[in-house]
Design a protein around this ligand. Structure first.
Ligand code: PRX
Length: 635
């Protein structure tokens, strides 16, 4: 009996119990009945927590694009697979059918092959939210190349370090990108990045903005003429279920970004299954996830999850505020969106505009609303529920991570009673645990601790590219025989989970994961800076904003502080991207430190959040007097 589509709360419990009682059998049934495999697995799951090795569907042969494309051709060739809504509302939306998408992916895949890309090669994709972005992912997957998408808001330094880390051979980019009223020179950023990337052999350039750009002879190629000459057929490479599908970088609390590696089989099964159930997807639905494909949300719930299910997935090129703050709602009305999946930061920004924009549009097509990327505060939750969902569309507050590949804790709409700010219950097959201060599991309800997952799930990242040791240490060394998420959570009296936020030095700003270490490294490059510490503080739209405490050499004597602030933010923009800019910068002569020389971020966090009454005992610090001086000069 298939458990592919869960429709009732009782059924959720039944299926959940079954999935944890015998995970292998459960996932085997799901995988067997709903996907196209070239060859079946010899083993559903093997794992070793000690060495951090996890294998799902070992021995199986599969190509994810045959599941996303080919198998829908018989039943729904003319159905829209990707519905592209351009930045400019006057430009016509593009409906790409499954048949057309199949052809365009094949053509693109043939171009990749023609340029020497083979199975196992890494291709870096740095594109705006245009159809070629989704197509390029699928084209890589078609031939077994590993895609590594870099969000097109990252700086040239961030691009080159990611390219070098995974030794990419090719970059796919565009001449430029549109974001609201701005045109961004993407190719210029890539050119700068490529000054320092010896492994790159070729660059494919999509024409989007008709900008005047440099094309380097022999290296750079306009994509369109190559596509025009390419066949619309391309035999799918037969992949092992455990071959890498993609790398996606995410911030760590220390060191450089981690290239999380996802593999073909388990990721396919899990993203498809979560998509179907978390959004209660049905055949005629029009699904819209507003994330950028540069993040995991876009990979899993714009591209792979929806397409494996044969859904219509909307891709939006623009921003929620252009041409005005009604744009999201205009798109919902225009395309009769049935599921709308966005981030709390967007909801807060739109709620700030009142209800004037949202009230203008007919949102009656909406059935399910989703939230992802950061905790959703109560006010935003209610605004979303009342003004967008009109109190009849359930909100699924979905908790997950780049590392988890797919949604992990979430309500099932129309089944799980929702509760504002709670992600509620584990998804099928997910076994959460809350861990206490002394490494013990906190059993029962009404407890709060560190969130771990104590059994493998199919879409878990398998390693960090080129650094399995770091993977093991980051995720599997804090607690024995479980995956540590880096988040804190509580379980309420009925067993619902509420994510309380990061417990490490990762700060979530506007739903984007930012590690403090790379930002501090960028700041410390400034010749006037001695050292710095970044902390997060609550912000009404972004969730968290960044507060930088920066100590200057020579105590900053005679320096123009305003100018310094600009220079420091420019450095951050150059090294990482504008998303990591500091909202507040406080210069100080020293930072509070423990006797062993560690910066006391906890205290700095309290000061930034105006919680100076909760500093605790500071007398054991190396330099307790600094704390008061910082408080006196707080920004
Ligand atoms: O802290 C959690 C937060 O986002 C982190 C993962 O970020 P990233 O890998 O960029 O993936 C974001 C999209 C899946 C988590 O460790 N987070 C994500 N979803 C939620 C959340 N925090 C609270 N509630 C959520 N629904």
């Amino acid at each position: 009996m298939s458990n592919y589509h869960i429709k009732q709360f009782e059924e959720y419990f039944q299926v959940y119990r079954k999935s944890v009682r015998n995970p292998e059998q459960f996932w085997e049934e799901i995988a067997e009945e709903h996907f196209l495999w070239r060859k079946k697995w010899s083993n559903v799951l093997s794992f070793d927590w000690e060495t951090a090795d996890f294998k799902w569907f070992e021995g199986a042969k599969v190509n994810i694009t045959e599941n996303c494309l080919d198998r829908h051709l018989q039943t729904s060739a003319d159905k829209t697979a990707i519905l592209f809504e351009p930045n400019n509302p006057n430009e016509e939306a593009e409906h790409i059918s499954y048949k057309e998408l199949h052809e365009r992916v094949c053509q693109f895949a043939n171009v990749l092959k023609d340029k020497g890309i083979k199975k196992g090669d890494v291709v870096c994709i740095y594109l705006p939210m245009i159809p070629e972005l989704a197509i390029s992912l699928l084209a890589c997957a078609r031939i077994g190349a590993i895609h590594s998408v870099v969000f097109a808001g990252f700086s040239s330094t961030a691009v080159s370090s990611r390219i070098n880390d995974c030794n990419a051979k090719m970059v796919i980019t565009s001449d430029g990108s549109y974001r609201g009223s701005k045109t961004i020179d993407l190719k210029g950023i890539v050119d700068e990045a490529l000054n320092d990337t010896p492994g790159i052999e070729s660059v494919l350039v999509v024409k989007r903005t008709n900008s005047d750009i440099d094309m380097k002879e022999g290296r750079d190629h306009w994509l369109q003429p190559l596509l025009d000459n390419a066949s619309t057929e391309c035999v799918a490479e037969v992949m092992d279920a455990e071959d890498p599908l993609f790398i996606l970088y995410t911030s760590g609390s220390t060191g450089k970004p981690k290239g999380m590696v996802h593999t073909v089989g388990g990721y396919m099964v899990y993203t498809a299954y979560t998509f179907k159930n978390v959004f209660q997807y049905r055949d005629d639905d029009i699904f819209w996830c507003t994330a950028d494909i540069g993040w995991i949300t876009g990979h899993s719930y714009i591209v792979y999850g929806p397409l494996v299910n044969g859904a219509t997935s909307v891709m939006f090129e623009g921003v929620p505020s252009y041409p005005d703050y009604g744009r999201f709602w205009d798109i919902v009305e225009k395309h009769k969106i049935t599921q709308f999946y966005t981030a709390p930061t967007a909801i807060r920004a739109l709620a700030k505009q009142g209800t004037e924009f949202v009230d203008k549009y007919d949102l009656s097509s909406l059935k399910v609303l989703g939230s992802v990327g950061e905790p959703i505060n109560e006010e935003a939750w209610h605004w979303y529920n009342e003004n967008v969902g009109k109190k009849k569309s359930p909100i699924v507050d979905t908790w997950w991570q780049t590392e988890t590949g797919g949604i992990m804790i979430t309500p099932i709409p129309f089944s799980t009673p929702t509760k504002p700010t709670y992600a509620t219950l584990p998804f099928i097959g997910v076994q959460p645990a809350l861990m206490g201060e002394n490494g013990e599991e906190l059993k029962g309800n009404q407890v709060e601790g560190r969130l771990c997952i104590k059994f493998p799930w199919p879409a878990m990242a398998r390693t960090i590219w080129g650094n399995h040791q770091r993977y093991k240490e980051t995720y599997f060394s804090a607690y024995k025989n479980m995956y540590f998420t880096g988040d804190g959570a509580l379980r309420d009296e009925v067993g619902y989970y509420r994510i309380t936020g990061r417990v490490d030095d990762v700060i979530i700003v506007s739903g984007h994961n930012l590690g403090t270490a790379p930002i501090e490294d960028a700041i410390n490059e400034h010749q006037a800076v001695s050292e710095s510490a970044i902390v997060g503080y609550p912000h009404d739209v972004k969730g968290n904003a960044l507060y930088g405490y920066i100590s200057l050499k020579d105590s900053g004597e005679g320096r123009d502080h305003d100018n310094l602030r600009k220079e420091i933010n420019q450095l951050i923009t150059d090294r990482i991207g504008p998303i990591a800019k500091l909202d507040k910068i406080q210069f100080t002569d020293a930072l509070p430190k423990t006797r062993s020389g560690k910066i006391m971020r906890r205290i700095l966090r309290k000061i930034a959040s105006n919680e100076t009454d909760q500093l605790g005992d500071t007398s054991t610090l190396l330099n307790p007097e600094v704390v008061q001086r910082i408080i006196d000069h707080k920004k």
